[in-house]
Write a protein that binds this ligand. Structure first.
Ligand SMILES: [Zn+2]
Length: 252
């Protein structure tokens, strides 16, 4: 006699998605297909069953469909913090170093991969050319540019030679442009630009550093990002007014 299946499809799929990042794709779930098939060896329609179960979880408010095969769990959305914490730079003296460490720590804790469903990026070693972060899942690289205030359409790049070479191959990392406000120690606007859209016409060499400079002869570059499409990760959205009123009630 066969043992009674006590685990439901819903329980199985729920256990699978609990192990996935908050935003995941159907293919992430299908990677567990063989594992699921061992629980239900008789079921010839595993794919259909998975899709159907995801729909049930959506109807029950556990998931939301984002379109194009992507889903997000509604139970555990990772919250993005806008606050910069300079305490992570304790012991550093130079303002530039304090800003860099504070901003990189913020990005490491809050920026997510845009190419895949991974919710965190990993910091690359400090001497890595052109990129600061990488996605542990899909290996996409990201360069963080941060500014106290607003960015112009032309941003400071790194050394000209590797930049122009990567641009010619359309192989630049994605650029995360993070604008912050030191007065409030807060991010004010963060957007991302696809690196593959930055071609060599957008990379301009700057004058070589003078003979008296520490890195004499070094040629830096600027990147013209004007008109390129971007995605907002942080934008100063107005708060919901009812939330504002009820918060007001608690502070006045
Ligand atoms: Zn990724």
């Amino acid at each position: 006699m066969k043992t009674v299946q006590r685990t439901t499809w819903k329980d199985l799929i729920q256990a699978v998605i609990d192990r996935l990042p908050c935003i995941f794709s159907l293919s992430d779930v299908l990677e567990f297909k063989e594992q699921l098939a061992t629980k239900y060896p008789d079921n010839r329609f595993i794919d259909a069953k998975i899709r159907q179960t995801l729909q049930v979880l959506r109807d029950q408010g556990v998931l939301k469909f984002l379109g194009r095969g992507k889903y997000t769990r509604l139970d555990r959305t990772p919250a993005m913090s806008l606050l910069l914490d300079p305490r992570v730079a304790v012991g550093l003296v130079s303002r530039a170093q304090i800003a860099r460490v504070t901003l990189e720590t913020w990005a490491e804790l809050n920026i997510y991969c845009l190419d895949c469903t991974w919710d965190r990026l990993s910091r690359l070693p400090a001497n890595t050319i052109l990129a600061d972060f990488t996605c542990p899942k899909c290996n996409q690289r990201y360069q963080l540019k941060a500014k106290d205030g607003r960015f112009a359409t032309v941003i400071q790049g790194a050394a000209f030679a590797p930049l122009i070479q990567a641009a010619k191959q359309r192989a630049l990392p994605h650029y995360v442009l993070a604008e912050y406000d030191t007065k409030w120690l807060s991010m004010s606007w963060v957007r991302a630009i696809p690196g593959n859209l930055i071609d060599e016409t957008r990379i301009l060499a700057r004058s070589a550093l003078r003979a008296t400079a520490r890195r004499a002869g070094w040629v830096g570059a600027t990147i013209n990002v004007g008109g390129l499409p971007s995605v907002d990760l942080v934008s100063p959205k107005p708060e919901d007014r009812n939330t504002a009123r009820s918060t007001w009630e608690t502070i006045r």
